[in-house]
Design a protein around this ligand. Structure first.
Ligand SMILES: Nc1ncnc2c1ncn2[C@@H]1O[C@H](COP(=O)(O)OP(=O)(O)OP(=O)(O)O)[C@@H](O)[C@H]1O
Ligand SMILES: [Mg+2]
Length: 117
């Protein structure tokens, strides 16, 4: 299992959710975050030029998936979140040790995507 974490543009959030649904990925958490991708903005101050790390609004998705869904999830994210301009976002894939569905006590592959497969 993997935890796929994606940071995308807020205006792409609906497209991303639709693409994930089409890829049969059914579990997702979403939150608003502020971040920066490393680019530094030059700011003039009275003492001279300094740099500022400007934060921009992004949406963070967390998607726990079983192995067969890792690549489809990444593909859906890349296709739906991309504009080609800087700031399109990032995807981090993290090893996921355990997952538990609270209602049933199902664990691991039974507890993440796919549902009903
Ligand atoms: N190394 C990182 N660690 C954690 N979060 C990151 C990292 N890089 C980017 N992010 C998050 O992703 C968001 C979007 O990053 P961004 O798309 O600007 O990445 P980038 O590497 O600068 O790529 P690009 O050159 O396309 O802009 C950031 O605002 C931040 O929230
Ligand atoms: Mg950037």
């Amino acid at each position: 299992m993997k935890l796929v974490i994606a940071i995308v543009r807020p205006e792409k959030a609906n497209d991303v959710l639709e693409a994930l649904y089409r890829a049969e990925v059914r579990g997702v958490s979403m939150s608003r975050v502020q971040g920066h991708g490393g680019e530094l903005e030059r700011v003039e101050t009275y003492r001279g030029t300094t740099v500022k790390m400007g934060l921009s609004e992004k949406v963070r998705l967390e998607i726990a998936v079983s192995e067969p869904f890792v690549e489809p999830t990444i593909e859906a994210l890349c296709e739906s979140a991309r504009t080609g301009e800087v700031g399109d976002g990032k995807i981090f894939v993290v090893a996921l040790e355990r997952a538990i569905r609270i209602r049933t006590g199902e664990t691991d592959h039974g507890a993440v995507t796919p549902v009903g497969k």
